[in-house]
Design a protein around this ligand. Structure first.
Ligand code: HGY
Ligand code: MN
Ligand code: MN
Length: 374
């Protein structure tokens, strides 16, 4: 926010804590161009997931100012609250409120493992803004662009520096509880126990067989797993775990969903779906603008679908959207070793700038903007 203030941008914070920084254009009646990503992370997250897209949008605006480029549309940088959904499930909550997938009340009422409410935390840290968190059709958005690392191995293996993202695969999240009965680990004979852990073992084996059966594009992740009360010499009373399933095809994702529910039901586990983000396809004109910018600056590109969810998914419900990917080392992300080189980051920022210049209806190109080596 300090860097944005230094650039004279108009900063606003919305009711979900998302931060916006706007540079005025010549014609404020025209729809704004939005670009950004998120600054929240994972417990062992890296330095590029989300941050790259926010800083690259800031860099693009900084470059437009440095080069004295005047443009008709306003341009606004955005940092969406809680894209990751780690502490406050589900993911992409603030952009989901913006895009109308969630009500503002739903977004503010998300609670963490300790029952603390997102809306109360935003107040406590001074991030409960008064800008409406819900998209207003009276102030349309001409396009939303998000630069992001791929977070998988496909782009790096293609040898191309840029990914042009045509859409995002579908995602569903579940909370599963298996209930048993807490008893002493010593005196209680095995046949008299109601131990949830053997059920957990069968359940997990069936779930992994299920994801294999649905082919190479299917994904299953069990990222959180806990036994309660959590004592090595007490047979657990409950076991809780999370399920994240994904697939680019909505029909197959539905079949995976039905399998998850039937496997849990058959084994006596309680399974509740807490999030359902359908596959989305981005806007063809925005995609064409990204491809034109990559071509103009001489960057070969790969058209691809994102395996990771992004705020662009929900913004695409109310505005034309496209995303730009750069590779990350070994395709690793949600890991502190996450890394992209300065050259890869520069290529991504250049394509973002080139795309923004196409969409902004530049009035005066100022000094010639050429790709930056740094
Ligand atoms: O889960 C995701 O795909 C994203 O990182 N929130
Ligand atoms: Mn991200
Ligand atoms: Mn992430």
């Amino acid at each position: 926010m300090a860097w944005c203030k230094d650039l004279g941008l108009q900063i606003t914070v919305d009711q979900m804590g998302s931060i916006f920084a706007r540079k005025k254009g010549l014609n404020p009646d025209l729809p704004v161009i939005l670009s950004g990503s998120h600054l929240d992370s994972q417990p062992s997250g890296g330095r590029f997931d989300g941050v790259l897209g926010v800083l690259a949008a800031l860099e693009a605006v900084h470059t437009i100012i440095d080069h004295g480029i005047s443009h008709h549309h306003d341009i606004e940088i955005v940092s969406w609250t809680n894209e990751e959904g780690v502490r406050f499930a589900p993911a992409m909550v603030a952009s989901g409120v913006y895009g109308g997938a969630f009500t503002l009340e739903y977004g503010l009422d998300r609670i963490d493992a300790d029952g603390i409410r997102l809306g109360d935390e935003l107040k406590r840290i001074g991030c409960a803004g008064d800008r409406s968190a819900v998209f207003n059709p009276e102030s349309p958005v001409k396009a939303y662009l998000e630069l992001h690392i791929e977070q998988g191995p496909v782009l790096e293996r293609s040898g191309k520096p840029i990914g042009v993202v045509a859409g995002v695969q579908g995602i569903r999240w579940y909370d599963v509880t298996i209930t048993g009965n807490e008893t002493h680990a010593g005196p209680t004979p095995m046949h008299l126990r109601q131990d949830p852990v053997p059920v957990l073992g069968k359940l997990i084996a069936r779930l992994y067989d299920m994801v294999t059966a649905h082919g190479p594009d299917a994904r299953l992740t069990i990222g959180e797993l806990a036994a309660s009360p959590g004592s090595r010499n007490t047979v657990p009373g409950t076991v809780r775990f999370t399920i994240d399933i994904r697939h680019p095809d909505a029909t197959i994702l539905e079949y995976m969903h039905r399998d998850v529910v039937s496997i849990c039901t058959e084994l006596g586990a309680h399974c509740s779906k807490i999030w359902d983000s359908p596959p989305v396809h981005f806007d063809q004109q925005c995609i064409a603008a990204v491809e034109a910018a990559a071509t103009e600056y001489g960057y070969p590109f790969l058209s691809m679908v994102s395996g990771a969810g992004h705020d662009a998914v929900y913004v695409s419900r109310v505005a034309p959207v496209a995303m730009i990917f750069i590779p990350c080392r070994d395709g690793v992300s949600h890991n502190e070793s996450e890394f992209s080189t300065p050259e890869q980051v520069t290529a991504g920022a250049n394509v973002l700038l080139g795309t923004l210049l196409r969409l902004l209806n530049v009035q005066d190109a100022g000094q010639q903007t050429t790709p930056f080596s740094h």
